[in-house]
Write a protein that binds this ligand. Structure first.
Ligand code: UGA
Length: 436
Protein backbone atom coordinates (compact mmCIF):
# COMPACT_ATOMS: atom_id res chain seq x y z
CA UNK A 1 0.00 0.00 0.00
CA UNK A 2 1.37 3.45 -0.89
CA UNK A 3 2.26 5.60 2.08
CA UNK A 4 0.36 8.75 2.90
CA UNK A 5 2.51 11.73 3.77
CA UNK A 6 2.00 14.99 5.59
CA UNK A 7 4.16 18.08 5.22
CA UNK A 8 4.07 20.47 8.15
CA UNK A 9 5.05 24.00 7.22
CA UNK A 10 4.40 24.98 3.61
CA UNK A 11 6.97 27.67 2.98
CA UNK A 12 9.74 27.33 0.50
CA UNK A 13 10.94 23.92 1.62
CA UNK A 14 7.55 22.46 2.55
CA UNK A 15 5.65 23.52 -0.57
CA UNK A 16 8.45 22.13 -2.74
CA UNK A 17 8.63 18.89 -0.80
CA UNK A 18 4.84 18.44 -0.85
CA UNK A 19 4.54 18.95 -4.62
CA UNK A 20 7.57 16.75 -5.34
CA UNK A 21 6.37 13.91 -3.11
CA UNK A 22 2.96 14.08 -4.78
CA UNK A 23 4.70 13.82 -8.14
CA UNK A 24 6.26 10.56 -6.92
CA UNK A 25 2.72 9.20 -6.47
CA UNK A 26 2.12 9.72 -2.75
CA UNK A 27 -1.00 11.24 -1.25
CA UNK A 28 0.25 14.37 0.47
CA UNK A 29 -1.47 16.71 2.89
CA UNK A 30 0.29 20.02 3.49
CA UNK A 31 -0.46 21.86 6.74
CA UNK A 32 0.42 25.43 7.60
CA UNK A 33 -0.83 27.93 10.17
CA UNK A 34 -1.02 30.76 7.61
CA UNK A 35 -4.51 30.71 6.04
CA UNK A 36 -3.50 33.00 3.16
CA UNK A 37 -0.63 30.75 2.13
CA UNK A 38 -2.82 27.67 2.39
CA UNK A 39 -5.58 29.27 0.29
CA UNK A 40 -3.10 30.18 -2.44
CA UNK A 41 -1.50 26.73 -2.50
CA UNK A 42 -4.90 25.05 -2.45
CA UNK A 43 -5.82 27.08 -5.53
CA UNK A 44 -2.67 25.78 -7.22
CA UNK A 45 -0.68 29.01 -6.88
CA UNK A 46 2.70 29.54 -5.28
CA UNK A 47 3.18 32.23 -2.62
CA UNK A 48 6.77 32.75 -3.87
CA UNK A 49 8.75 32.52 -7.09
CA UNK A 50 10.55 29.29 -7.94
CA UNK A 51 11.17 28.22 -11.55
CA UNK A 52 9.33 25.00 -12.43
CA UNK A 53 7.55 24.62 -9.11
CA UNK A 54 4.50 26.60 -10.25
CA UNK A 55 3.73 24.17 -13.06
CA UNK A 56 4.48 21.14 -10.88
CA UNK A 57 2.12 22.39 -8.19
CA UNK A 58 -0.65 23.05 -10.69
CA UNK A 59 -0.17 19.63 -12.22
CA UNK A 60 -0.17 17.84 -8.85
CA UNK A 61 -3.27 19.67 -7.58
CA UNK A 62 -5.14 18.26 -10.58
CA UNK A 63 -4.24 14.68 -9.62
CA UNK A 64 -6.21 14.99 -6.38
CA UNK A 65 -3.27 13.51 -4.44
CA UNK A 66 -2.13 16.85 -3.05
CA UNK A 67 -4.04 19.18 -0.73
CA UNK A 68 -3.35 21.93 1.79
CA UNK A 69 -5.09 22.89 5.01
CA UNK A 70 -4.68 24.85 8.25
CA UNK A 71 -6.28 22.00 10.20
CA UNK A 72 -3.59 19.95 11.93
CA UNK A 73 -5.96 17.06 12.60
CA UNK A 74 -5.84 16.42 8.83
CA UNK A 75 -2.48 14.66 9.32
CA UNK A 76 -4.16 11.80 11.19
CA UNK A 77 -4.09 9.38 8.24
CA UNK A 78 -0.49 10.02 7.30
CA UNK A 79 2.24 7.44 7.86
CA UNK A 80 5.14 9.87 7.54
CA UNK A 81 5.14 13.51 8.61
CA UNK A 82 7.80 15.84 7.22
CA UNK A 83 8.48 18.87 9.41
CA UNK A 84 9.54 21.70 7.10
CA UNK A 85 9.06 24.84 9.20
CA UNK A 86 11.58 27.69 9.41
CA UNK A 87 14.36 28.06 11.97
CA UNK A 88 15.30 31.75 11.64
CA UNK A 89 18.00 33.52 13.60
CA UNK A 90 16.73 34.52 17.06
CA UNK A 91 15.98 38.18 17.59
CA UNK A 92 18.35 38.37 20.56
CA UNK A 93 21.44 36.48 19.41
CA UNK A 94 23.12 34.20 16.90
CA UNK A 95 21.26 31.01 17.81
CA UNK A 96 18.42 29.51 15.75
CA UNK A 97 14.88 30.10 16.93
CA UNK A 98 13.32 26.67 17.40
CA UNK A 99 9.84 27.90 18.32
CA UNK A 100 8.28 26.79 15.02
CA UNK A 101 9.85 23.33 15.05
CA UNK A 102 8.75 22.67 18.60
CA UNK A 103 5.22 23.91 18.03
CA UNK A 104 4.90 21.95 14.77
CA UNK A 105 5.77 18.69 16.52
CA UNK A 106 3.47 19.56 19.43
CA UNK A 107 0.63 20.39 17.02
CA UNK A 108 0.76 17.07 15.17
CA UNK A 109 1.52 14.90 18.23
CA UNK A 110 -2.12 14.37 19.29
CA UNK A 111 -3.00 13.20 15.76
CA UNK A 112 -0.18 10.74 15.13
CA UNK A 113 -1.34 7.26 14.32
CA UNK A 114 0.30 4.08 15.55
CA UNK A 115 3.68 3.39 13.96
CA UNK A 116 3.93 6.74 12.19
CA UNK A 117 7.23 8.50 11.65
CA UNK A 118 7.92 12.19 12.16
CA UNK A 119 10.79 13.32 9.93
CA UNK A 120 12.47 16.67 10.54
CA UNK A 121 13.77 18.43 7.44
CA UNK A 122 14.34 21.87 8.94
CA UNK A 123 17.92 22.96 9.64
CA UNK A 124 18.37 22.70 13.40
CA UNK A 125 21.17 22.94 15.96
CA UNK A 126 22.73 19.56 16.70
CA UNK A 127 20.93 17.84 19.56
CA UNK A 128 17.47 19.11 18.59
CA UNK A 129 16.35 15.83 17.02
CA UNK A 130 17.33 13.75 20.04
CA UNK A 131 15.52 16.17 22.36
CA UNK A 132 12.41 16.15 20.18
CA UNK A 133 12.46 12.36 19.98
CA UNK A 134 12.62 12.14 23.76
CA UNK A 135 9.73 14.59 24.05
CA UNK A 136 7.69 12.69 21.45
CA UNK A 137 8.21 9.43 23.29
CA UNK A 138 6.36 11.03 26.20
CA UNK A 139 3.51 12.78 24.38
CA UNK A 140 3.05 10.36 21.46
CA UNK A 141 4.84 7.07 22.27
CA UNK A 142 3.11 5.40 19.31
CA UNK A 143 5.31 7.43 16.90
CA UNK A 144 9.03 7.67 16.16
CA UNK A 145 11.22 10.53 14.94
CA UNK A 146 14.00 10.73 12.35
CA UNK A 147 15.91 13.54 10.66
CA UNK A 148 16.39 14.05 6.94
CA UNK A 149 18.21 17.30 6.17
CA UNK A 150 17.42 19.13 2.98
CA UNK A 151 20.06 20.46 0.60
CA UNK A 152 17.90 22.19 -1.98
CA UNK A 153 18.98 25.47 -3.50
CA UNK A 154 16.52 28.21 -4.32
CA UNK A 155 16.15 28.43 -8.08
CA UNK A 156 16.74 24.65 -8.38
CA UNK A 157 14.30 23.46 -5.73
CA UNK A 158 12.44 20.85 -7.81
CA UNK A 159 15.57 19.44 -9.40
CA UNK A 160 17.36 19.25 -6.04
CA UNK A 161 14.41 17.46 -4.43
CA UNK A 162 13.74 14.92 -7.15
CA UNK A 163 17.35 14.36 -8.20
CA UNK A 164 19.44 15.29 -5.16
CA UNK A 165 23.18 14.57 -5.05
CA UNK A 166 22.67 12.55 -1.86
CA UNK A 167 20.02 11.54 0.64
CA UNK A 168 20.98 11.71 4.30
CA UNK A 169 18.82 10.16 6.99
CA UNK A 170 19.40 10.37 10.71
CA UNK A 171 17.67 7.45 12.38
CA UNK A 172 17.64 5.75 15.75
CA UNK A 173 16.64 2.30 14.42
CA UNK A 174 16.28 0.15 11.27
CA UNK A 175 12.54 0.59 11.04
CA UNK A 176 12.81 4.36 10.58
CA UNK A 177 15.39 3.83 7.84
CA UNK A 178 13.15 1.29 6.09
CA UNK A 179 10.22 3.72 6.07
CA UNK A 180 12.37 6.47 4.62
CA UNK A 181 13.75 4.09 2.00
CA UNK A 182 10.17 3.35 0.98
CA UNK A 183 9.42 7.07 0.60
CA UNK A 184 12.54 7.77 -1.43
CA UNK A 185 12.51 4.53 -3.41
CA UNK A 186 12.12 6.28 -6.82
CA UNK A 187 14.94 8.69 -5.98
CA UNK A 188 17.22 5.91 -4.72
CA UNK A 189 16.47 4.01 -7.94
CA UNK A 190 18.18 6.84 -9.86
CA UNK A 191 21.43 5.88 -8.13
CA UNK A 192 21.31 8.63 -5.50
CA UNK A 193 23.80 7.92 -2.71
CA UNK A 194 22.04 6.99 0.55
CA UNK A 195 23.71 7.86 3.81
CA UNK A 196 22.42 6.51 7.10
CA UNK A 197 23.60 8.48 10.09
CA UNK A 198 22.69 8.86 13.72
CA UNK A 199 20.48 11.81 14.65
CA UNK A 200 23.24 14.28 15.66
CA UNK A 201 25.41 13.50 12.63
CA UNK A 202 22.51 14.07 10.25
CA UNK A 203 21.92 17.51 11.77
CA UNK A 204 25.62 18.28 11.57
CA UNK A 205 25.90 17.23 7.91
CA UNK A 206 23.56 20.04 6.95
CA UNK A 207 25.28 22.84 8.83
CA UNK A 208 28.72 21.51 7.90
CA UNK A 209 27.76 21.59 4.21
CA UNK A 210 26.45 25.16 4.42
CA UNK A 211 29.49 26.24 6.46
CA UNK A 212 31.80 24.79 3.83
CA UNK A 213 29.96 26.60 1.04
CA UNK A 214 30.06 29.87 2.99
CA UNK A 215 33.77 29.34 3.63
CA UNK A 216 34.45 28.81 -0.07
CA UNK A 217 32.68 32.05 -0.96
CA UNK A 218 34.42 34.05 1.76
CA UNK A 219 37.75 32.50 0.81
CA UNK A 220 37.46 33.83 -2.73
CA UNK A 221 36.23 37.19 -1.45
CA UNK A 222 39.28 37.37 0.84
CA UNK A 223 41.42 36.65 -2.23
CA UNK A 224 39.55 39.47 -3.99
CA UNK A 225 40.62 41.85 -1.23
CA UNK A 226 44.23 40.73 -1.61
CA UNK A 227 44.02 41.03 -5.40
CA UNK A 228 42.78 44.59 -5.00
CA UNK A 229 45.71 45.38 -2.71
CA UNK A 230 48.27 43.65 -4.90
CA UNK A 231 47.04 44.64 -8.34
CA UNK A 232 45.75 41.18 -9.27
CA UNK A 233 42.58 39.78 -10.83
CA UNK A 234 40.46 37.45 -8.69
CA UNK A 235 38.48 36.09 -11.64
CA UNK A 236 41.68 34.78 -13.23
CA UNK A 237 42.87 33.48 -9.86
CA UNK A 238 39.57 31.64 -9.27
CA UNK A 239 39.68 30.09 -12.72
CA UNK A 240 43.25 28.94 -12.24
CA UNK A 241 42.79 27.35 -8.80
CA UNK A 242 39.43 25.88 -9.81
CA UNK A 243 41.07 23.55 -12.35
CA UNK A 244 42.54 21.62 -9.44
CA UNK A 245 39.83 19.01 -8.84
CA UNK A 246 40.63 19.04 -5.14
CA UNK A 247 39.52 22.68 -5.09
CA UNK A 248 36.88 22.76 -7.84
CA UNK A 249 35.63 25.83 -9.64
CA UNK A 250 32.10 26.07 -8.21
CA UNK A 251 31.28 28.58 -5.47
CA UNK A 252 34.38 30.60 -6.25
CA UNK A 253 32.48 33.51 -7.73
CA UNK A 254 33.87 36.60 -6.01
CA UNK A 255 31.56 39.51 -5.38
CA UNK A 256 29.32 41.01 -2.73
CA UNK A 257 29.05 37.71 -0.90
CA UNK A 258 26.42 35.32 0.32
CA UNK A 259 22.99 36.09 1.70
CA UNK A 260 19.59 34.44 1.84
CA UNK A 261 17.66 32.62 4.50
CA UNK A 262 20.23 29.85 5.00
CA UNK A 263 24.00 30.41 4.79
CA UNK A 264 24.26 33.52 7.03
CA UNK A 265 21.96 32.30 9.78
CA UNK A 266 23.24 28.72 9.61
CA UNK A 267 26.88 29.62 10.23
CA UNK A 268 25.84 31.88 13.12
CA UNK A 269 23.61 29.23 14.70
CA UNK A 270 26.40 26.68 14.27
CA UNK A 271 28.82 28.93 16.16
CA UNK A 272 26.27 29.50 18.92
CA UNK A 273 25.64 25.77 19.29
CA UNK A 274 29.34 24.91 19.29
CA UNK A 275 29.83 27.37 22.11
CA UNK A 276 27.05 25.71 24.12
CA UNK A 277 28.75 22.37 23.52
CA UNK A 278 32.13 23.64 24.69
CA UNK A 279 33.57 23.51 21.16
CA UNK A 280 33.61 27.27 20.51
CA UNK A 281 37.21 27.35 19.31
CA UNK A 282 36.58 24.78 16.58
CA UNK A 283 34.23 27.16 14.79
CA UNK A 284 35.94 30.44 15.57
CA UNK A 285 36.92 30.64 11.86
CA UNK A 286 33.25 31.02 10.93
CA UNK A 287 33.26 34.40 12.65
CA UNK A 288 35.88 35.48 10.15
CA UNK A 289 33.87 33.97 7.28
CA UNK A 290 30.92 36.10 8.39
CA UNK A 291 33.11 39.19 8.73
CA UNK A 292 34.69 38.78 5.26
CA UNK A 293 31.21 38.34 3.86
CA UNK A 294 29.85 41.52 5.41
CA UNK A 295 33.01 43.43 4.46
CA UNK A 296 32.35 42.75 0.75
CA UNK A 297 29.24 44.95 1.04
CA UNK A 298 31.30 47.78 2.52
CA UNK A 299 33.92 47.45 -0.21
CA UNK A 300 31.29 48.15 -2.86
CA UNK A 301 30.13 51.20 -0.95
CA UNK A 302 33.75 52.38 -0.73
CA UNK A 303 34.11 52.09 -4.51
CA UNK A 304 30.88 54.06 -4.96
CA UNK A 305 32.17 56.84 -2.69
CA UNK A 306 35.53 56.79 -4.47
CA UNK A 307 33.81 57.24 -7.82
CA UNK A 308 31.21 59.81 -6.79
CA UNK A 309 32.02 61.55 -3.51
CA UNK A 310 32.03 60.93 0.24
CA UNK A 311 28.83 62.96 0.29
CA UNK A 312 26.32 60.97 -1.75
CA UNK A 313 23.35 63.29 -1.31
CA UNK A 314 23.48 64.74 -4.82
CA UNK A 315 23.73 61.45 -6.65
CA UNK A 316 21.35 58.98 -8.19
CA UNK A 317 22.43 55.35 -7.99
CA UNK A 318 20.66 52.63 -9.96
CA UNK A 319 20.76 49.24 -8.27
CA UNK A 320 20.25 46.22 -10.52
CA UNK A 321 19.11 43.34 -8.35
CA UNK A 322 17.42 43.10 -4.96
CA UNK A 323 17.20 39.37 -4.37
CA UNK A 324 20.00 37.41 -2.67
CA UNK A 325 20.58 35.50 -5.89
CA UNK A 326 18.97 35.23 -9.34
CA UNK A 327 15.94 33.04 -10.11
CA UNK A 328 14.44 33.72 -6.71
CA UNK A 329 12.22 36.42 -5.20
CA UNK A 330 13.86 35.95 -1.81
CA UNK A 331 15.30 39.13 -0.31
CA UNK A 332 16.14 37.71 3.11
CA UNK A 333 19.58 38.95 4.15
CA UNK A 334 20.20 40.00 0.56
CA UNK A 335 23.61 41.65 0.10
CA UNK A 336 22.19 43.64 -2.84
CA UNK A 337 19.32 45.07 -0.84
CA UNK A 338 21.55 45.75 2.15
CA UNK A 339 23.90 47.81 -0.02
CA UNK A 340 20.93 49.69 -1.51
CA UNK A 341 19.59 50.43 1.98
CA UNK A 342 22.97 51.67 3.19
CA UNK A 343 23.41 53.96 0.19
CA UNK A 344 19.90 55.30 0.71
CA UNK A 345 20.70 55.91 4.39
CA UNK A 346 23.81 57.80 3.28
CA UNK A 347 21.60 60.21 1.37
CA UNK A 348 21.88 58.91 -2.20
CA UNK A 349 18.82 58.67 -4.40
CA UNK A 350 18.63 54.92 -4.93
CA UNK A 351 16.34 53.28 -7.47
CA UNK A 352 16.16 49.51 -7.47
CA UNK A 353 15.25 47.13 -10.26
CA UNK A 354 14.73 43.40 -9.90
CA UNK A 355 12.86 40.98 -12.19
CA UNK A 356 11.10 39.20 -9.29
CA UNK A 357 12.09 40.81 -6.01
CA UNK A 358 10.54 44.28 -6.10
CA UNK A 359 7.41 43.48 -4.10
CA UNK A 360 9.19 41.42 -1.39
CA UNK A 361 11.82 44.19 -1.15
CA UNK A 362 9.18 46.92 -0.98
CA UNK A 363 7.46 45.06 1.84
CA UNK A 364 10.66 45.25 3.89
CA UNK A 365 11.83 48.68 2.79
CA UNK A 366 8.82 50.71 1.64
CA UNK A 367 10.85 53.95 1.71
CA UNK A 368 13.16 52.94 -1.11
CA UNK A 369 12.38 53.64 -4.76
CA UNK A 370 11.71 50.78 -7.14
CA UNK A 371 11.41 50.65 -10.92
CA UNK A 372 9.82 47.71 -12.73
CA UNK A 373 11.75 48.51 -15.93
CA UNK A 374 15.57 48.64 -16.11
CA UNK A 375 15.64 51.80 -18.22
CA UNK A 376 13.50 53.65 -15.66
CA UNK A 377 15.87 52.64 -12.87
CA UNK A 378 18.97 53.81 -14.73
CA UNK A 379 17.51 57.01 -16.18
CA UNK A 380 19.81 59.93 -15.25
CA UNK A 381 21.83 57.69 -12.92
CA UNK A 382 25.28 58.83 -11.84
CA UNK A 383 26.31 55.24 -11.32
CA UNK A 384 24.92 51.72 -11.89
CA UNK A 385 25.47 48.93 -9.40
CA UNK A 386 25.07 45.37 -10.71
CA UNK A 387 24.37 43.42 -7.53
CA UNK A 388 22.35 40.30 -8.43
CA UNK A 389 23.38 38.38 -11.52
CA UNK A 390 20.03 38.01 -13.30
CA UNK A 391 20.51 36.87 -16.87
CA UNK A 392 18.68 39.89 -18.26
CA UNK A 393 21.37 42.21 -16.88
CA UNK A 394 23.98 40.43 -18.97
CA UNK A 395 21.86 41.15 -22.02
CA UNK A 396 21.91 44.91 -21.49
CA UNK A 397 23.63 46.67 -24.40
CA UNK A 398 25.91 49.26 -22.77
CA UNK A 399 26.02 51.34 -25.97
CA UNK A 400 22.23 51.48 -26.12
CA UNK A 401 21.83 52.80 -22.57
CA UNK A 402 24.67 55.32 -22.73
CA UNK A 403 22.36 58.21 -23.55
CA UNK A 404 19.91 57.37 -20.74
CA UNK A 405 22.34 57.67 -17.83
CA UNK A 406 24.03 60.81 -16.53
CA UNK A 407 27.49 59.25 -16.12
CA UNK A 408 28.73 56.05 -17.65
CA UNK A 409 30.00 54.35 -14.50
CA UNK A 410 29.14 50.77 -13.56
CA UNK A 411 30.29 48.58 -10.69
CA UNK A 412 29.88 44.86 -11.20
CA UNK A 413 29.33 43.41 -7.73
CA UNK A 414 29.06 39.86 -9.08
CA UNK A 415 31.88 39.66 -11.62
CA UNK A 416 29.47 38.51 -14.27
CA UNK A 417 29.31 41.31 -16.82
CA UNK A 418 31.48 41.47 -19.94
CA UNK A 419 34.03 44.12 -18.99
CA UNK A 420 35.40 44.55 -22.52
CA UNK A 421 31.94 45.14 -23.93
CA UNK A 422 31.20 47.88 -21.39
CA UNK A 423 34.60 49.53 -21.71
CA UNK A 424 34.39 49.50 -25.51
CA UNK A 425 31.11 51.38 -25.18
CA UNK A 426 32.93 54.06 -23.20
CA UNK A 427 31.95 53.02 -19.69
CA UNK A 428 34.09 53.24 -16.58
CA UNK A 429 33.86 49.68 -15.33
CA UNK A 430 34.79 48.47 -11.83
CA UNK A 431 34.57 44.97 -10.44
CA UNK A 432 35.40 43.61 -7.01
CA UNK A 433 38.83 41.96 -6.89
CA UNK A 434 40.00 43.21 -10.28
CA UNK A 435 42.36 46.13 -10.30
CA UNK A 436 42.87 47.10 -13.93
C1 UGA B 1 22.02 27.11 0.24
C2 UGA B 1 22.78 25.81 -0.09
O1 UGA B 1 23.50 25.98 -1.31
C3 UGA B 1 21.82 24.65 -0.23
O2 UGA B 1 22.53 23.44 -0.48
C4 UGA B 1 21.02 24.52 1.07
O3 UGA B 1 20.06 23.48 0.99
C5 UGA B 1 20.27 25.83 1.32
O4 UGA B 1 21.22 26.90 1.42
C6 UGA B 1 19.52 25.69 2.62
O5 UGA B 1 20.18 25.57 3.67
O6 UGA B 1 18.31 25.56 2.60
P1 UGA B 1 20.62 28.85 -1.21
O7 UGA B 1 20.43 29.63 0.05
O8 UGA B 1 19.45 28.63 -2.11
O9 UGA B 1 21.20 27.38 -0.88
O10 UGA B 1 21.71 29.64 -2.04
P2 UGA B 1 23.15 29.34 -2.66
O11 UGA B 1 23.02 28.94 -4.06
O12 UGA B 1 23.95 28.48 -1.75
O13 UGA B 1 23.76 30.81 -2.63
C7 UGA B 1 23.93 31.47 -1.38
C8 UGA B 1 24.53 32.84 -1.58
O14 UGA B 1 25.90 32.73 -1.95
C9 UGA B 1 23.88 33.71 -2.65
O15 UGA B 1 23.72 35.00 -2.11
C10 UGA B 1 24.87 33.70 -3.78
O16 UGA B 1 24.82 34.87 -4.54
C11 UGA B 1 26.18 33.59 -3.03
N1 UGA B 1 27.29 33.01 -3.82
C12 UGA B 1 27.20 31.73 -4.27
C13 UGA B 1 28.42 33.77 -4.08
O17 UGA B 1 28.53 34.93 -3.67
N2 UGA B 1 29.46 33.18 -4.79
C14 UGA B 1 29.40 31.92 -5.24
O18 UGA B 1 30.37 31.46 -5.86
C15 UGA B 1 28.25 31.17 -4.98
Amino acid sequence: MTLTLSVVGCGYLGATHAACMSSLGFTVIGVDTDPEKVALLQSGKLPFYEPGLDTLLEQEMKTGRLSFTTDFSAVKDADVHFVCVGTPQSKDGLAADLTYVKSAVAAIAPHLKDGSLVVGKSTVPVGTAQALRAELSKIAPQADLAWNPEFLREGFAVEDTLTPNRLVVGVANDRAEEILKEVYEPVIALGTPWIRADLPTSELVKVAANSFLATKISFINAMAEVCEAAGGDVTVLAKAIGYDPRIGSRFLQAGIGFGGGCLPKDIRAFMARAEELGAKQALEFLREIDAINLRARQRVIDVVRGELSQDLTKYKIAVLGATFKPDSDDVRDSPALDIAVQLHAAGAKVVIHDPQGIEPARKRFPNLDYAPVVNDAIKDADLILHLTEWKEYRQIDPAAISSIVKSKIIIDGRNMLDRTLWRNAGWKFHALGRTD
